[in-house]
Design a protein around this ligand. Structure first.
Ligand code: ADP
Ligand code: ZN
Length: 647
């Protein structure tokens, strides 16, 4: 992804700075008129003048400031009315904590002055009060009193800077931007370079979006005939299948700006944020039209309304969704903004999103089949230095169920592995290692396993391998390993057929093979272990699906409890009675038990071969199809590789 820019203006900055200016002015003003002393100074007099006033009984208080040799004089109320004191500073009318002095004068030696003062007071039996102060640097005091405000203003300015500089920013910087959309913009400056050439396979989807490209390039052609232009299209498919890539390619082909963001970006903990972000996003997109808005993971906001009513936290999401619908309805056909959204769960989306004039087109982006995988490999192999004669067909066959993103990942990983091994080019083995790594995680050669644990793992995996070898409909095995990898201690790898329709006997055979690991432990050691957790999970899910989803159980019959709309009113309650629930549970455990017994029978009949296989496995750690053929002979029902359908 190349650099992107934040399309924020810096308008709010000015308003805010004005306010701070005014605030500062007010504070300074208050200091001037409230304290006042430093600008409207007390009238200076001489020490002798002071003594005269003192003797006349005009002085109420004298304040001696030690470190500056200055004394401040406060007159009595009567004295202030006397003719002599006309020139003295008037006492401030604003009530203030510190009284304003009327005169001030400088004295010489402090001790002498104090002695003289005491004597005069005593001789004349005056009631004059003496006060002693030390520091009274008025200007310094003034600055000091401003300090807190200076600090506060400094902090404000810092935050404002962070905020208006956009892009960067930890959480603090975002606070004031919260109502702005977080969309990434790719426009003329940061042009989208992705084109349909970068999107392999996905022929059908490309064809469907081609129309959108044409429209964006040439809107008049469509509107002049009175045709209505689609406002939105929904790309539906598993993660990593290239939905974002396709949307970007549309923008790249049409050469229009592309706003990209994720549904979850709208939702924050603050109320009203989502809706205002939607507004902001559409405003920006309209300014740049023709343009494309791409909302990834739209299910984060587009989930059906009214579900999970119990949690109560959905209001915010609903507001966001409503705003999105309003915006989409709001712009006319001449706005030239097209909204593409991606999800992997079209079934849970609110039906209102799919209504005409909104996301009325759905484009399915499936996991690639063998042929498409080959094309995707070709795209991602382009930048690699690969070994001569690298068999791309073989790679495509080895990666069933891989998404485009997985394949991109394999290619990158293979290059890294080759580099790590100091190779000059990436060869077949690097790709196979990369596939293994992506499927199973990193090999953990130094994970500590006791010999007896290792034996158990070997028999467990050999059990899977043996059972699947013997069953017609189980997927053919590719390799078995007992090298710990990721979370698992061992693994058996199959090449599943890519079927569109699965028949019950195929499901049952697969369940039997999945239970083969545990069955082998039982047959050989007469013990079972916790090592079969993921097998059991898989089998249980499959059995449940057979009974409650696909209607493959005699006892329950030809019905399904699956709700494709995802909008059942049942919520947490089950759509069947208690009796049916019991029946379902019984049926599930009966199916699993039957397959388990079948696996045990098979392994008991082939105990010698199972043991032989486990020993080879213990010896070699990794075995392939050939090793199995040596022990079991050629697999009777081995077919040709599945032929992919030609579109
Ligand atoms: P999605 O949005 O469906 O989750 P992406 O479009 O983000 O998936 O795909 C992730 C990456 O996988 C892409 O950047 C690209 O490298 C690769 N990829 C996925 N599908 C394809 C494809 N059909 N052709 C080429 N590359 C693909
Ligand atoms: Zn297992």
């Amino acid at each position: 992804m190349s650099d992107n820019k934040k399309p924020n203006t810096n308008k709010p900055k000015f308003n805010a700075y004005w306010i701070y200016g005014i605030v500062i002015a007010i504070f300074i003003g208050m200091q001037l008129f409230g304290g006042g002393s430093s600008f409207n100074e007390a009238k200076p007099i001489t020490e002798n003048q002071f003594l005269d006033y003192l003797r006349s009984g005009d002085v109420k208080t004298v304040e001696i400031i030690r470190n500056t040799h200055i004394a401040e004089v406060f007159l009595t109320q009567e004295a202030l009315n006397k003719e002599v004191h006309k020139g003295a500073r008037k006492t401030s009318i604003i009530p203030s904590s510190t009284e304003t002095a009327n005169y001030k004068f400088e004295f010489g030696d402090q001790q002498n002055f104090e002695d003289l003062l005491n004597l005069t007071i005593k001789e004349n039996s005056l009631t004059t009060e003496k006060k002693f102060e030390t520091e009274n640097n008025l200007w310094g005091e003034f600055l000091l009193s401003l300090l807190p405000f200076v600090l506060i203003i400094g902090v404000w300015i810092y935050i404002m800077r962070r905020m208006s500089s956009g892009g960067g920013g930890g959480p603090g910087g975002q606070i004031f931007n919260i109502g702005k959309s977080k969309a990434k913009l790719f426009d003329e400056n940061t042009e989208v370079k992705t084109t349909f050439k970068d999107v392999a396979g996905l022929e059908g989807a490309k064809e469907e979006v081609q129309e959108i490209v044409d429209f964006l390039k040439n809107p008049e052609k469509y509107t002049s005939l009175g045709g209505k232009i689609p406002k939105g299209a929904l790309l539906v498919g598993s993660p990593g299948t290239g939905k974002t890539l396709l949307a970007k390619a549309v923008a790249g082909e049409a050469k229009v700006p592309f706003f990209s963001l994720s549904g979850s970006d709208f939702v924050e903990m603050f109320v009203g944020v989502g809706a205002s972000r939607v507004r902001d996003l559409f405003k920006q997109a309209k300014e740049k039209s023709p343009s494309i808005i791409f909302i990834d993971e739209i299910d984060a906001i587009g989930r059906a309304r009214g579900k999970n009513a119990m949690s109560g936290s959905n209001d915010e999401r609903e507001n966001t969704l409503n705003q999105l619908l309003t915006e989409m309805d709001g712009f006319g056909t001449n706005t030239n903004v097209i909204v593409l959204a991606a999800t992997n769960r079209a079934d849970i989306l609110d039906k209102a999103l799919m209504r005409a004039g909104r996301f009325d087109r759905q484009i399915f982006v499936d996991l690639p089949d063998v042929r498409e995988r080959k094309e995707i490999f070709e795209v991602h192999l382009r930048p690699l230095k690969k070994a001569d004669g690298l068999d791309i067909d073989f790679l495509a066959k080895q990666t069933p169920g891989f998404s485009g993103a997985d394949i991109a990942n394999v290619c990158n990983e293979a290059a890294l592995i080759a580099a790590r091994n100091g190779k000059k080019e990436v060869d077949k083995q690097d790709f196979l290692d990369a596939v293994d790594r992506i499927v199973g995680g990193l090999e953990k050669k130094n994970k500590i396993i006791t010999p007896s644990e290792k034996r158990a793992v070997a028999f467990h995996e050999a059990g899977h391998a043996t059972v699947s070898w013997m069953l017609e409909h189980a997927a053919p095995l590719v390799k078995v390993t007992i090298v710990p990898r990721g979370q698992s201690l061992g693994a058996a790898w199959y090449l599943p057929e890519e079927r569109l329709i699965v028949r019950p006997e195929q499901m049952l055979d697969e369940m039997c093979a999945a239970l083969g690991g545990r069955a082998a432990e039982k047959v050989i050691f007469d013990k079972i272990s916790t090592g079969a957790l993921s097998d059991l999970e898989k089998v249980t899910k499959q059995a449940r699906a057979m009974v409650t989803v696909y209607g493959l159980s005699d006892k329950i019959g030809n019905l399904t409890y699956y709700d494709s709309s995802g909008q059942s009113e049942y919520g947490f309650t089950k759509p069947y009675s208690e009796e049916t629930a019991i029946l379902i549970d019984k049926e599930i455990s009966a199916i699993i038990e039957k397959q388990y017994q079948r696996a045990i029978k098979l392994l008991e009949a082939n105990k010698d071969k199972l043991t032989e296989l486990a020993e080879v496995l213990l010896d070699k750690e990794v075995i392939f199809k050939d090793n199995l053929e040596k022990i079991f002979g050629k697999r009777p029902f081995e077919k040709e590789e599945p032929i992919s359908t030609v579109k």
